[in-house]
Design a protein around this ligand. Structure first.
Ligand code: SAH
Ligand code: SF4
Ligand code: F3S
Length: 441
């Protein structure tokens, strides 16, 4: 029996690639198994900051020890670290024999079959394909499904490695996207999340004039779709039609992840983001005028080279002004080959960490204020899975509401609620999620 195990680091694009790989390997007769007993181990990697990259190395070393150093185990390094380091990944462990960049993931099932037959062979596939790397459409049975709409990023923010790992922006054929969405809806999905590093640049590289807003409209019209979301958009590329879509499209959820990175125009300029603090504030105001209940989340980098105390204060005040319900904040980390890595005014790590704490403390307050406002309100939860931990000693289901907030509701009967939309009253708040009590299904 051929057994495999996949470990996934990084963003939703990697999660989507790994889900595809599971399906493709299952179809070829492989069986999913745990780390210690698998003969094929795939590590889908992220190199966006130094820490995730280190985690990959540590994980590959762990595989070596946990599989009792069996050379017969085939380890594949795929994704962004594979692209970044190429054949240098072979030095992680003698078990690594295949290094596969993001554009060649569709080839993995066939290539591993060759490598399993030829134990001495090694393979590196890390070049960028000229067009979007289309692959066989294979759905995954899940209430919420990801659909990638483009590959790469052309923005070259000065701190970011993604344009080097994912290559240039290449939009996927709109017909293939719609076919993929239909396949997922046919398997029972009711929510679709469109994915890309810079989704609202969709279509700009393509000879056929087809914009992101048009794509949203076409997906919104698909039979069976209840909820539509996308991630990540770039604030600079949000045009009027993208903004008004929030007030117009039936399925487009009132939730948006809109990475701000900093509240200081000076820092934003040095990051090469292409917008100022004022531009960001104006965009948020326009979005909220189309959809007053829009729930915003964001990404923030602290301790960017040259960031002053006053710049940090501006980040904190923009967070307050936008009232984000959640944010992902990170200390700036040097990435090889990026422009910011050559900047000389680096911020000491102790200062970065102190600033990160301040951002996180403020976010905790903003999240709590948002959750308090939600107490006693009605919402609808799309149940995704059973919660890992019981709440107040009672097993519960977990899902998201239209605002993208994680909500747990008690599992009071033996019915399987996965995929159901459950009307719920919010009765309690946690630190990162809400608790509801079902009103009806
Ligand atoms: N395309 C998205 C983000 C992709 S990377 C966008 O434009 O926002 C995800 C997040 O990682 C970024 O939003 C940023 O906050 C963070 N990030 C990227 N490079 C980083 C670096 N060198 N150091 C710290 N955080 C970084
Ligand atoms: Fe990185 Fe900027 Fe592209 Fe986002 S838009 S992936 S932060 S270069
Ligand atoms: Fe990481 Fe690559 Fe995604 S660097 S964030 S896995 S695009």
């Amino acid at each position: 029996m051929k057994t495999y195990h996949i470990c996934t680091f990084g963003c939703q694009m990697n999660v989507n690639d790994s889900q595809w790989l599971c399906r493709a390997l299952d179809r070829r007769g492989y069986e999913a198994s745990d780390l210690a007993t698998s003969s094929l181990i795939l590590v889908n990697t992220c190199s966006v900051r130094e820490k995730p990259e280190q985690k990959v190395r540590q994980y590959v070393e762990r595989i070596f020890w946990e599989t009792s150093k069996k050379r017969s185990v085939l380890v594949v390094i795929l994704g962004c670290v594979a692209k970044q380091l190429g054949e240098r990944c072979f030095s992680f462990s003698p078990q690594v024999r295949f290094v596969c960049g993001p554009d060649h993931i569709g080839e993995i099932p066939d290539r591993v079959a060759e490598l399993l037959d030829e134990p001495e062979k090694k393979l590196v596939l890390t070049d960028d394909t000229a067009r979007y790397p289309e692959r066989e459409i294979l759905g995954v049975e899940a209430p919420q499904s990801y659909v990638t709409i483009m590959q790469g990023c052309d923005k070259f923010c000065t701190y970011c490695i993604v344009p080097y790992t994912r290559g240039r922006e290449r939009s996927r054929d709109p017909l293939a996207i719609l076919q993929d969405c239909r396949a997922k809806l046919a398997l029972g999905a009711s929510e679709i999340v469109l994915l890309g590093q810079n989704v609202n640049a969709y279509g700009k590289d393509s000879p056929i004039p087809f914009t992101f807003a048009e794509l949203l409209e076409r997906v919104d019209a698909l039979d069976g779709l209840q909820r539509l979301r996308y991630t990540s958009p770039h604030p600079k590329d949000m045009d009027a039609r993208d903004i008004e879509a929030f007030g117009r499209l039936r399925t487009l959820c009132p939730s948006l992840h809109l990475p701000m990175q900093s509240g200081s125009s000076t820092v934003l300029r040095r990051m090469g983001r292409g917008y100022s603090r004022k531009d960001y504030e104006k965009l948020v105001a326009e979005l909220k005028s189309n959809r007053p209940d829009l729930c915003l989340t964001t990404d923030i980098i602290v301790g960017f080279p040259g960031e002053t105390e006053a710049d940090l204060e501006e980040t904190l005040s923009l967070m307050e002004a936008c009232r984000f319900s959640a944010s992902y904040s990170f200390c700036y980390s040097d990435r090889p080959g990026t422009k910011a890595s050559t900047f000389t005014d680096k911020i000491p790590s102790s200062v970065q960490h102190e600033r990160l704490l301040r951002v996180q403390e403020l976010q905790d307050k903003l999240t709590d204020a948002y959750f308090t406002k939600r107490l006693g309100t009605e919402t609808t939860v799309l149940i995704e899975h059973k919660s890992k931990r019981p709440h107040n000693g009672i097993a519960s289901w977990e899902g998201r509401d239209p605002y993208g907030v994680r909500i747990h509701i008690p599992a009071t009967d033996s019915q399987n609620w996965i995929g159901h939309l459950v009307s719920t009253t919010i009765v309690e708040k946690g630190k990162h999620c809400l608790f509801g009590s079902p009103s009806r299904t």
